[in-house]
Design a protein around this ligand. Structure first.
Ligand code: DAH
Length: 342
């Protein structure tokens, strides 16, 4: 019995000490003391077992606890409401809004996304490869064996300790990886960053971006390549006159360079087309059967085409950018000019 009375006293002390305007804490207080399964209910249930001579004292104490808890709950609720009111009225409606600085896509990303959109509409998937490559994927599998003179055109960054490991010089390495890992039909687009050990100038940089395309299936012909690239140049530049100039790449046979007819209407047209009206935009060709064999694809059964283009060059032409270094300097004044385009 003594024990019960002590309990009530402890509870009473707790109730009196309780102080909060936090709605969560107040609710926890209510549940603890006043809810159906709360402390008071429990104590009232114990009341019937209290010997009758003690019932009076016990009852008084119990009532005192109930009144204290109920009052405390009401008080705390009021405090919490007035606190909310206070904070509502402390908002200063005249204060100027805070400017949120919006980021913007980099011009190279904008262009890359456009190219991806155009090719994804005709069923090209995306593939990535890796920037640190081995000799096989960047060169040998693409018909560029060791000491092949065409390797010199692509001044390579090697990882010093291992001449077999290098920074990829073109996204054509992704073709090899994709063919090794997938069976035809293959229709894939591989945008990516490439590296060449070149002097940095307004026209060239040691880091730039390419987009590679690869299509392998039965009976793919040069006509398919031409139509696909015509579709691309129409969608991308709004130009529908293109020409294919014979060229050489070790991994395609025949190979071609694609020019679009840009026109000679403005002074800028004369400058960017070197007074010819034609603009070179990419390399392409029919995938050399040896490359298919190197990637475990039966070249008697399958054929295909590939193409590769440089994004910086395209961006410079489209946006009238004179210096390739602008792309990597992260000058906010330069980047902000593209903020409405992404
Ligand atoms: N890899 C070449 C380069 O970096 C570009 C290229 C040319 C890619 C012809 C191709 C292609 O897929 O068929 O200069």
């Amino acid at each position: 019995m003594e024990q019960l009375i002590d309990q009530i006293k402890t509870h009473l002390a707790e109730v009196e000490a309780f102080q909060s305007s936090d709605p969560g804490e107040i609710e926890r207080f209510r549940i603890k003391f006043l809810a159906k399964k709360g402390i008071l209910t429990g104590l009232f249930a114990a009341f019937k077992d209290v010997p009758s001579d003690l019932k009076k004292t016990f009852g008084q104490q119990l009532n005192a606890l109930k009144v204290a808890a109920t009052n405390k709950l009401e008080e705390s609720k009021k405090a919490s409401v007035s606190k909310v009111k206070e904070s509502t009225f402390s908002i200063d409606f005249t204060r100027p809004g805070q400017l949120i600085e919006l980021g913007a896509l980099h011009p190279i990303s904008i262009l890359r996304n456009q190219v991806i959109d155009i090719f994804s509409q005709i069923g090209f998937s995306l593939s990535a490869g890796q920037e640190i490559e081995d000799d096989w994927h960047n060169f040998t599998a693409l018909n560029l064996p060791k000491h092949h003179p065409a390797r010199d055109m692509q001044d390579t960054f090697f990882v010093q300790t291992n001449p077999d490991i290098l920074l990829r010089t073109h996204t054509s390495s992704v073709q090899v990886r994709h063919m090794e890992a997938n069976h035809p039909p293959i229709r894939t687009l591989s945008p990516g960053r490439v590296f060449r050990n070149e002097d940095i100038s307004a026209r060239s940089h040691c880091v730039f971006h390419q987009v590679e395309g690869l299509y392998i299936d039965k009976n793919v012909s040069f006509a398919d390549l031409k139509q696909t690239l015509l579709y691309f140049t129409k969608s991308m530049f709004g130009k529908s006159k293109i020409r294919f100039r014979p060229s050489y790449f070790p991994f395609t046979e025949p190979s071609a360079e694609v020019d679009i007819y840009w026109g000679l209407e403005t002074e800028a047209d004369y400058r960017i087309t070197k007074r010819t009206g034609w603009l070179e935009i990419m390399g392409c060709g029919m995938v050399d059967p040896q490359v298919l064999t190197n990637c475990n694809i039966n070249s008697d059964e399958y054929s295909g085409y590939a193409f590769g283009m440089g994004l910086e060059r395209m961006a410079m032409i489209l946006y009238g950018i004179e210096d390739i270094r602008m792309f990597y300097e992260n000058d906010i004044r330069f980047l902000q000019q593209f903020s409405s385009m992404g």
